[in-house]
Design a protein around this ligand. Structure first.
Ligand code: G6P
Length: 491
């Protein structure tokens, strides 16, 4: 954190992301502030608090005149303002084409390869280009210098780096792609493949969570556009500009904010059990996700059902609480997924004795981070079963929440996190029997084994926290800036 302070003192720092770190919205006539469920926001918020600057994001309260007028620009966090949010307002058509359409029906399934066919519409692409341009203008108008450091976040803004570079050629543009990058054959189905790649290559540094995704990106560039790829230094030279492609595994704040872990673990355990009318010694599992088809929630429920078939002693003694934050519900695939998840939870619960506590409690609603941490601290296990995930910060948050060194993490092999947390029980979410066996193992794991595994995982998250993630990126950027200043000076 202190490196960030010293390296960035006086620098002109701008973050761009679709999702705003705080949502101002009217609830029952009053303006309330909410934190959205987003790994990206979880990771970037502490960085922005540490080094101030401006965060440009899509304002989600467009329909509300008062929100638009009063919160166009606002200092946050509300309690202790440390940086600025500058909102970009989008029309319904822009939001439909850019956010729901090209970003979330096109690029999202394209990059996750989770058996949902990507949809590409020319009208969505047109809005995507227009909205990227709108954000590029916002970046230019917000920058105080000719060479700001701009941190571009995620697949909503593939074209932004090139657009910024055209106006601010000396900007240092760090783009971070928070989701996976598929292999060249899979990516090639995108009708605007070359435009997306060229847009991203406007970046000075392009970051992914894993080396595998860096390799896939470089292979895609090498295959489809006339760029020079250097596999020694992992750089791409295109149009006279160099882009370094780097692995920066994202993480979370460490130590966790004190209010997250204030309530002692035994109190969390008993509170949550009381809340769900479960006996004190009842085993509890927890899953926390956005209600997204890439998270493998139906696969997870299937595994729980298999556990109860194979090990009936857990019927009535084990309950899995699934917290599912609604997301992108304007997209048909998400509506369909939500009803599938609801139906499945109901079907499984009705299969087993209704006088006993249910196997699954499904909570489709937003939870504040503090409530989520209470569930993490109350649980015997946490199950992350993503079918494909760039990193998955829920896995790291569960580990951060367990300062009692207890609790078992079951983790999909298809997450970036699985590469960093091998002491979790690593599973293939498509293999219900294997997942059921892992659940049984977790429920019967001796305390000392839980402790040994948890300590190793906590060590990793403590060392590679989110300040390291941002710090490494920003230090690489600072070195780049020093080098180019030197070159300029020496002609
Ligand atoms: C993923 C994406 C983020 C996004 C988040 C929430 O983590 O990588 O860019 O903010 O999901 O999705 P939403 O569409 O609700 O912003």
């Amino acid at each position: 954190r202190s490196i960030l302070h010293s390296e960035l003192r006086g620098e002109d720092i701008i973050v761009v992301s679709n999702r705003e770190p705080y949502i101002h919205q009217r609830i029952d006539g009053r303006i309330e502030v909410q934190r959205p469920a987003s790994g990206l926001v979880t990771a970037l918020e502490p960085i922005m608090r540490a080094c101030s600057g401006t965060w440009i994001a899509h304002g989600s309260g467009t329909a509300d005149r008062e929100v638009v007028d009063r919160f166009d620009r606002v200092a946050v966090p509300p309690e202790t303002p440390a940086y600025q949010i500058r909102r970009v307002w989008l029309s319904k058509e822009e939001e439909k084409g850019y956010y729901y359409g090209f970003s979330n029906e096109g690029l999202w399934p394209l990059c996750h390869i989770a058996h949902v066919r990507p949809t590409f519409r020319t009208s969505d692409w047109t809005q995507y280009v227009a909205v990227n341009r709108k954000f590029a203008k916002a970046v230019v108008s917000e920058s105080r210098t000719k060479n700001p450091i701009v941190l571009v976040q995620d697949y909503h803004f593939a074209l932004l780096p090139k657009m910024i570079r055209e106006v601010l050629p000396d900007a240092t543009i760090i783009t971070f792609w928070h989701i996976p990058w598929p292999n060249p054959e899979s990516f090639a189905i995108c009708p605007w493949r070359d435009e997306v790649l060229e847009g991203m290559l406007g970046s000075s540094i392009l970051g992914f969570h894993t080396q595998f995704h860096c390799n896939n990106f470089v292979d895609t560039v090498d295959r489809f556009i006339e760029a020079r790829v250097d596999r020694e230094s992992f750089t791409v030279s295109y149009g006279g500009k160099l882009t370094a492609v780097r692995r920066y595994p994202i993480s979370i704040e460490w130590p966790p904010a004190p209010e997250m872990v204030q309530k002692p673990v035994p109190d969390c355990r008993s509170n949550i059990r009381q809340l769900h009318k479960l006996p004190a010694e009842h085993k509890l599992g927890v899953g926390v996700d956005r209600l997204d088809y890439t998270k493998g929630i139906t696969e997870r429920f299937h595994a729980i059902e298999r556990l109860l078939e194979l090990n009936p002693e857990w019927v009535g003694r084990f309950t899995f609480v699934q917290i599912a934050a609604p997301t992108r519900s304007g997209i048909e695939e998400y509506q369909h997924h939500e009803s599938q998840v609801r139906d499945m939870a109901m079907r499984i619960n009705s299969r087993f004795d209704s006088n006993l506590p249910p196997p699954i409690v499904l909570k489709v609603e937003h939870h504040e981070p503090r409530e989520v941490y209470e569930y993490f601290r109350a649980a015997d296990l946490c199950f992350v079963s993503s079918l494909h995930d760039g990193m998955n910060l829920v896995a790291k948050e569960f580990v951060a929440a367990r300062d009692d060194d207890r609790g078992v993490l079951i983790l999909s092999q298809f997450t970036g996190a699985a590469r960093e947390l091998p002491e979790a029980l690593i599973v293939n979410p498509y293999d219900a029997d294997q997942c059921a066996a892992a659940l049984h193992l977790a429920l019967t794991m001796p305390a000392d084994e839980q402790r040994d595994r948890m300590r190793l995982m906590r060590g990793l998250v403590a060392e590679f926290n989110v300040f390291r993630w941002a710090g490494r990126m920003l230090l690489d950027a600072a070195a780049m800036r020093r080098r180019s200043r030197l070159l300029d000076k020496n002609g």
